[in-house]
Design a protein around this ligand. Structure first.
Ligand SMILES: [Zn+2]
Length: 359
């Protein structure tokens, strides 16, 4: 109904619907003694009897209460103020053998009997297998840290290592070369491939030996995964690459991104390098060349196309292939440039006029 207003009158404010308050729990409840109503209450929890007692008047407010506090009795031998509440060890590690639920005799207070028991157990119970596994895992972890690789790579490498050790097929290999092979394979399986040379520089195992170990490992893994169902999970819930169908060779376009970034090229240029590498794989322009030399040629070409040229020497230093290899691969790539440089690549700002003549 419209309001009729006289001049100068202020219209009545529209009646507002009352805002319904949301329900919430009242957290300000206090437990008071109903007799003395003392605030703050002076209550005492008697753990021995399970009673809640008002200390002022002695009224029992609650009986048989459940003790919610943590219980940390010390179980160490000398109970005199030496607080040692630990009675549990680590959880089982799927990467080690056994459930690791064995009992260890501690050194205790250093008394004669303790010492002897401790020593006797150490002598009898030397878990040599786990010790060497742990050492290898430590080494793998250190290598992966050195390369700032994600932990999934280290996990994969550790798993491959454990499987290989268990198979006893690699007895003749030194631990170092086995680790190097596992590392190489793990990088590839996690789509962060590293070249043999890079693995060699990290682990100081010869390229030839890494290659051999890797071939054996790969053959073993493929055989193994054919036998068992395809999914495998490890502790921590990480699903390691489900099925391994063998890695043909590293894809040059996978390599381009990393090497471009190592060469300080911008993302546009590395995208062009990747696009050229993809196109090259599709047309088979450099078929038969190693992925490293193909990638180096793509990067060299992309740099010139995008006006960010890198010299052969600069690329050589990063990718570590020889001068001649890069030049030769580039010559082949240059001869195919009409096929490689698609409209899409040109639209990204690539200028074929900037390409140097191969020499
Ligand atoms: Zn009271």
């Amino acid at each position: 109904m419209a309001q009729v207003l006289s001049p100068g009158a202020v219209p009545d404010p529209e009646p507002m619907a009352p805002i319904e308050e949301e329900w919430r729990e009242n957290l300000n409840v206090k437990l008071l003694c109903k007799d003395c109503r003392e605030d703050p209450p002076n209550l005492y929890e008697d753990h021995a009897s399970g009673d809640l007692v008002c200390e002022t008047c002695g009224l029992v407010l609650a009986a048989r209460s459940v003790d919610m506090s943590s219980e940390w009795r010390t179980f160490s031998n000398d109970d005199q103020g030496n607080d040692d509440p630990s009675r549990v060890g680590d959880g089982p590690n799927a990467l080690l053998n056994g459930a690791q639920l064995n009992t260890n005799i501690a050194f205790g207070d250093g008394g004669m009997r303790n010492k002897e028991l401790h020593r006797a157990q150490n002598k009898s119970n030397l878990d040599k297998g786990n010790k060497s596994l742990l050492q290898a895992y430590k080494q793998i972890g250190a290598y992966c840290d050195g390369w700032q690789l994600p932990s999934s790579v280290a996990d994969t490498a550790k798993h491959i290592f454990k499987d290989a050790e268990e198979s006893r097929l690699f007895k003749g290999k030194s631990q170092e070369s086995l680790i190097a092979g596992c590392l190489f394979l793990a990088c590839r399986r996690n789509q962060v491939p590293r070249s043999f040379r890079e693995v060699m520089e990290l682990t100081r195992v010869s390229k030839k030996e890494i290659g051999r170990t890797f071939k054996l490992l790969e053959a073993y893994m493929i055989k193994k995964e054919k036998e068992k169902p395809a999914t495998s999970t490890i502790a921590g819930g990480t699903v390691v690459s489900t099925q391994y169908t063998g890695s043909t060779t590293a894809d040059p376009s996978d390599l381009c991104n990393r090497y471009c970034s190592m060469l300080d090229m911008d993302q546009r240029t590395s995208n062009v390098a990747i696009a050229i590498a993809d196109r090259m794989t599709k047309t088979g322009a450099l078929a038969g060349r190693s992925p490293l030399s193909s990638a180096s040629a793509c990067i060299f070409m992309a740099g010139h196309l995008m006006g960010q040229p890198k010299t052969v020497k600069q690329i050589m230093e990063v990718i570590m292939v020889s001068d001649g290899t890069i030049r030769q691969a580039y010559r082949l790539l240059y001869n195919e440039k009409d096929k490689l440089l698609t409209e899409e690549i040109l639209a990204r700002g690539a200028n074929p006029a900037k390409l140097p003549q191969p020499n």
